[in-house]
Design a protein around this ligand. Structure first.
Ligand SMILES: *Cc1c(COP(=O)(O)O)cnc(C)c1O
Length: 429
């Protein structure tokens, strides 16, 4: 399989280049040249397949023979070693819990698969690979957990001081070994700008073999399509049309769902659920794409004003707005709505959802009101205990899993740094 740039379909590279370079030089995004329908047999047997077995078929379909089957199966077995269960609320409403991985967010799927795949791709290279990643919270924790102890790869995480939750911060700073955390005295955008500048700096690139673990890497997108199949397989009623409600920021999660549909998964509609950073819902309603600086909300993993995967979404539909809006409908909600939903889910269904999942619920509920005869799944993208400062004022104390509370006893280590590029550069070289 080759991967082309969304800015130039004639430019294509193999899997190793797409994964290790992350971005094509023209600033487009990599996409697989073919997205074939999976066979009728695959769908007929889906309910009999394990999560790892179906994931292998999906990955193989998007990667071709770039990785031999035996090695690919090994990568999947090691990376996808946790479940993605459905939890049913009503006849027609389910949530899929995507937080059963080590960092308790869906980003574990992408990060773990990418870590296994990168480590496989560089195993015969002599030079050490240095991963840089800017995080607003969940990405850094998932990437650290995925790459910790991986031979031949070191990871530098940049996070904005005081802008990630205390438990999220501990998920970045308590590793040691090949994982280093830099606490940047600035915003997430500043962190991102430092990483970008490092990639463009010739001196750094001459000294270090840099790669990126951000969400636009194709190696993070591919495994995110796995759990859509896993969700479908668990539905009690296999005949009612199904919609997926996807809490979205950079739209990697939703784009992976679109890939699943293109591979034949019978999804009636995707709901693009956002907070007040409603760039994509606005586009879907008006055909006007207007990125703007992001607003801060209580669902901060979705505070994105220029969604990076938008290019891929429109590419999948040849930029045809009529076709896109047939498959995706947009919804957006305020912080007040979000708090209401968190409270409502607990009251009505005795279910504690995080602020991002709660937005997914609101969109699904609204859609089902207008479309009787459908059923839907909202994705629960992180464990609620990752967001205690938001959750506790709404629900009081909530249970914290040991994977998080145990971090409080560990030594936290981060190097403080300004937003000046010179300091970051000196640190890197
Ligand atoms: C990253 C994240 C999102 C947004 O996912 P995208 O793929 O960027 O749209 C939603 N919820 C949580 C909890 C996240 O960490």
């Amino acid at each position: 399989m080759k991967y082309y740039s969304t800015k130039n379909k004639a430019y294509h590279v193999d899997l190793k280049a797409a994964v290790l370079k992350s971005l094509p030089p023209d600033n487009g995004l990599y996409m697989p040249e073919q997205i074939n329908r999976l066979s009728d047999d695959f769908f007929k047997n889906l309910t009999q397949l394990s999560f790892q077995e179906s994931s292998f078929q999906v990955a193989h379909n998007l990667m071709g023979d770039a990785v031999p089957s035996k090695d690919l199966q090994g990568i999947i077995d090691r990376a996808i070693n946790f479940s993605a269960p459905l939890h049913q609320m009503t006849d027609d409403i389910y949530t899929q819990e995507l937080w059963h991985g080590p960092s308790l967010a869906f980003k574990d799927f992408g990060a773990r698969f990418m870590a296994e795949l990168m480590s496989y791709l560089v195993k015969d290279d002599n030079e050490k690979l240095s991963i840089l990643v800017a995080t607003s919270g969940d990405t850094g924790g998932a990437v650290a957990a995925g790459f910790y102890g991986v031979e031949g790869i070191d990871v530098t995480i940049l996070y904005p001081k005081g802008k990630v939750s205390p438990l999220q911060e501990l998920q970045l700073t308590t590793w040691g070994g090949n994982i280093k955390a830099l606490e940047i005295d600035g915003t997430f955008d500043d962190c991102q700008a430092l990483v970008k500048a490092a990639f463009l700096d010739q001196e750094i690139n001459a000294k270090r073999n840099l790669s990126s673990a951000n969400s636009i890497n194709i190696a993070r997108l591919i495994p995110q399509s796995f759990y859509y199949f896993e969700a479908m397989k668990q539905l009690k009623n296999q005949d009612k049309p199904v919609v997926f409600s996807v809490p979205s920021g950079n739209f990697g999660n939703l784009t992976a769902g679109l890939l699943a549909k293109r591979m034949g998964l019978p999804v009636a509609r995707f709901l693009a659920a956002t907070n007040l950073n409603n760039i994509v819902p606005h586009y879907l309603a008006t055909n006007d794409y207007a990125p703007r600086p992001s607003l801060q909300t209580i669902s901060n993993a979705m505070d994105v004003g220029r969604p990076s995967n938008f290019q891929r979404m429109v590419d999948l539909y040849d930029d045809n707005w009529d076709r896109i809006t047939r498959d995706i409908e947009g919804f957006y909600y305020s912080d007040e709505d979000t708090r209401f939903a968190v409270k409502y889910l607990q009251k009505a269904y005795d279910y504690i959802a995080d602020p991002h999942g709660a937005i997914g619920f609101l969109a699904l509920q609204q859609y089902l009101q207008d479309h009787p005869g459908h059923q839907g799944i909202f994705l629960e993208t992180a464990h609620p205990a990752k967001f205690l400062p938001v959750m506790e004022p709404v629900l009081g104390e909530i249970p914290v899993p040991a994977a998080l509370s145990d971090l409080r006893a560990k030594t936290s280590e981060a190097e403080a740094m300004s937003t000046e590029f010179a300091a970051f550069k000196a640190w890197l070289v």
